[in-house]
Write a protein that binds this ligand. Structure first.
Ligand SMILES: C[S@@+](CC[C@H](N)C(=O)[O-])C[C@H]1O[C@@H](n2cnc3c(N)ncnc32)[C@H](O)[C@@H]1O
Length: 465
């Protein structure tokens, strides 16, 4: 026997280790050697698929899995992997079919049930999700990902107390898991129980289980309780742990612990709104959000030749407000794919673009009869670059409808408030409009929405090219 011949099982083990430790190029080379050595079997295909997933090469992963599953449809492990790949590609229904097959083929595998549960949640079936995830967690009670997914499904089903209890049990069982502590804090912030969120954040800090995100959330909860000095200290901790993270940097600027940038960073906005998309509309309606109605009133009975562009269109509330008017086509641009998905579902926009609005405006495209900025200028401090980018995209005579928040207590041109949003002085809007060659047809005080039962002051304006 040739004792120097490489052992396929040992090589496969090395590939697995390399994938787990992120040495993906090395894993690719060893996997190629393994494929030359032994005929590809389910195990090799699974490794190729795992490598494709880890490297973000989902097409490669599918190309390995599809023929292998066609040859052996009863391989539960390969089905589960393909469910994972399809899930990452956003093909939720196809992924759920694979995951359900995987569970039917191997009912003892908790990870198949977990992925099916996550997919049920994303397909809007939280009760089915809870059933799958509870079984997965029952089989593997120490798996933090299962705890987090079950709590998320319970929250989606409206049972926030159960979600909090699931997370509390998980934290007691797996004390070092920062993700569970962060999920628990987020849940309390979502229910506006800021003292509970602070208690959880302090407990995480005491247990040495707070990461940058945890300190950021603690800062958010403290600033919501107007404990601004303590919030600044928490944000400073977050910044020490993740100095380059744009999300954390903006939170820190928000708390006044760092000189403010002149706009919210795109990754921050995307992260906030991707996380907020599910409840954005019900929340805004509960707050008596008024801007889409003001946009509608400004366009009723006027000659609004299209196309119209909705900057920071979010879930499409402006689209709804304009739906029965003889205007259009309506185009939208937003940074958050999850907000855009909700706008797309309304079928009111002829085109939707995922982009930063400044980049979008500066890229050649059609001229617009109307451009709308409803509750989006609050993510910019200095408005001059936005107005300068809007003006050349308006037809002569075209209108720019804007809303912004104001802070009567400050004479500053713009200021960053505790919620990470900028307020603007009316003079700053006038100056930015004049610099961009836009005339101010209307600029009047308007309540934007109601927060803690108090009106949020702001402006509504019509600027004309
Ligand atoms: C408060 S929501 C308002 C959504 C919508 N305009 C409405 O009135 O319901 C703000 C939206 O602007 C988007 N946004 C913020 N800054 C942006 C930017 N620089 N480029 C594109 N979209 C942005 C966010 O992703 C979010 O969807």
């Amino acid at each position: 026997m040739d004792t120097h011949a490489p052992d396929p099982a040992a090589l496969a083990g090395r590939v697995r280790e390399m994938i787990d430790s992120g040495r993906l190029n090395a894993a690719q080379a060893v996997l190629a050697a393994l494929t030359r050595l032994a005929p590809a079997d389910g195990g090799t295909v699974a490794l190729a698929a795992r490598l494709g997933i880890a490297a973000g090469r989902l097409d490669d992963a599918l190309a390995a899995l599809d023929p292998a599953i066609a040859a052996d449809p009863a391989d539960a492990g390969l089905r589960r992997l393909r469910a994972d790949v399809r899930h990452r590609r956003g093909e939720h229904v196809a992924a759920a079919i694979d995951a359900a097959e995987a569970v039917a083929l191997d009912p003892t595998d908790p990870s198949g049930k977990a992925i099916l549960g996550v997919l049920m949640h994303e397909l809007g079936r939280p009760l089915d999700a809870i059933a799958c995830l509870a079984e997965a967690l029952g089989a593997e009670p120490g798996n933090p990902a299962f705890v987090e997914a079950l709590a998320a499904a319970q929250a989606a089903a409206g049972t926030l107390d159960r979600a909090a209890a699931t997370l509390a049990t998980g934290i007691a069982r797996i004390p070092p898991a920062p993700a569970l502590r962060n999920a628990a804090m987020l849940l309390e912030i979502r229910r506006r129980d800021f003292p509970a969120a602070v208690r959880l954040g302090e407990a995480a800090r005491a247990a040495g289980a707070a990461d940058a995100c945890g300190f950021g959330l603690l800062g958010h909860a403290l600033s919501s309780l107007a404990r601004h000095d303590e919030a600044s200290a928490a944000y400073e901790e977050a910044l020490k742990l993740a100095p380059e993270d744009p999300y954390v940097r903006h939170l820190v600027a928000t708390a006044g612990a760092r000189p403010g940038a002149d706009r919210a960073p795109s990754p921050y906005v995307r992260a906030v709104f991707d996380g907020y998309a599910d409840r954005f509309e019900s929340h805004l309606i509960a707050l008596g959000y008024r801007i889409p109605g003001l946009v509608r009133a400004a366009l009723v009975g006027t000659d609004a030749a299209g196309p119209l562009l909705d900057l920071g269109c979010g879930t499409g509330l402006v689209g709804i407000a304009l739906a029965d008017l003889p205007v259009g086509p309506l185009h939208g641009v937003d940074l958050s794919p999850r907000m855009l998905a909700r706008a797309a579902a309304k079928s009111l926009y002829a085109a939707l673009h995922e982009a930063d609005l400044l980049t979008f405006l500066e890229t050649p495209g059609p001229d617009y009869g109307v451009i709308i900025a409803a509750d989006v200028l609050c993510y910019f401090g200095d408005l001059a670059p936005v107005f300068a980018a809007v003006a050349p995209r308006l037809r002569p005579g075209g209108r720019f409808l804007v809303s912004c928040e104001t802070d009567p207590a400050t004479p500053a041109a713009w200021a960053l408030g505790p919620q990470g949003r900028y307020t603007h002085h009316p003079d700053h809007l006038r100056n930015a409009a004049a610099a961009a060659g836009l005339g101010v047809t209307t600029l009047r005080p308007e309540t934007q929405r109601f927060q803690n039962d108090a009106p949020v002051p702001g402006l509504f304006g019509i600027l004309t090219r």
